[in-house]
Design a protein around this ligand. Structure first.
Ligand code: RB5
Length: 148
């Protein structure tokens, strides 16, 4: 699995924590987040990362900002992206099992680094269940194909 991770100036600590986790799990990743000496705009980091997941260059993407909200809104503008804004481990598992989410967004001002690590680990380790959930995703893809 290849993962892209990105984030703005408000997500540095969690971005580093998740990178430690990816190293421990032996997962190949590229960090395209800001160097964060100054304040930046989250769309400039979320949109290019989402496009690289949508293109198939990366299997999954992890985004971090202050709340995770801006990053998730931006990523979900990109056709083919299913980005889940997460703050608990249960949802991390279920969004893989039911939504086949290919990106997540985490909020550093909302959750701590320990929980962020547990969420990312659960999300990375959980598989999509398919079946009726695929039918539902097909409806989203059909909408995208028609309208985006
Ligand atoms: C930056 O201050 C903050 O607005 C950003 O990191 C994010 O939380 C936006 O949704």
């Amino acid at each position: 699995m290849k993962v892209i991770i990105s984030g703005d100036h408000a997500g540095m600590t969690i971005r580093n924590e998740v990178k430690n986790l990816l190293d421990e799990m032996g997962i190949v990743y590229e960090d395209t987040g800001c160097s964060c000496e100054t304040s930046v705009d989250y769309p400039d980091y979320a949109l290019p990362a989402a496009e690289r997941v949508a293109s198939g260059e990366f299997d999954r993407g992890i985004l971090v900002c202050g709340t995770g909200i801006g990053m998730s809104i931006a990523a979900n503008k990109v056709k083919g992206i299913r980005c889940a804004l997460l703050s608990d481990v249960y949802s991390a598992k279920l969004t893989r099992m039911h939504n086949n989410s290919n990106m997540i967004a985490l909020g550093e001002r909302v959750i701590g680094p320990g929980l962020a690590r547990d969420i990312a680990k659960a999300w990375l380790e959980t598989d999509f269940e398919g079946d009726r959930h695929q039918r539902r995703l097909d409806k989203l893809t059909a909408y995208e194909d028609k309208n985006l």
